[in-house]
Design a protein around this ligand. Structure first.
Ligand SMILES: [Zn+2]
Length: 106
């Protein structure tokens, strides 16, 4: 198992990066629409992409916050579904993984 304090620092840094990204997206989305209709259509499409990026960033933030809570509770690294270890390899790849590979692939 990796050093939990290190994992915590890494997750907190990731939340900060994602929050900054969400702020940036919010700023972009708030930009006034272009008066040119063709431009507006392009912007509407771009906004949809941005909204998609924003919701996936917000989802990841929520998952990371849940992982941080599990670190506090001392249940980090246990599968939320079956209670088995999530596995070091999987946690290395996805530090905020809440489920072991078996439960996650069901
Ligand atoms: Zn499991």
């Amino acid at each position: 198992m990796a050093d939990l304090q290190e994992v915590k620092k890494m997750l907190e840094a990731r939340v900060q990066t994602l929050s900054a990204k969400v702020d940036e997206i919010e700023d972009d989305l708030r930009e006034p629409a272009d008066p040119d209709f063709a431009e507006q259509a392009t912007e509407a499409e771009a906004d949809e992409v941005l909204e998609g990026l924003e919701s996936s960033a917000l989802l990841e933030i929520a998952q990371i916050n849940a992982a941080l809570a599990r670190i506090e509770e001392g249940t980090y690294g246990e599968c939320a579904t079956c209670g088995e270890p999530v596995g070091d390899k999987r946690l290395e790849a996805i530090p905020h993984a809440a489920q072991c590979i078996n439960c996650a692939s069901k």
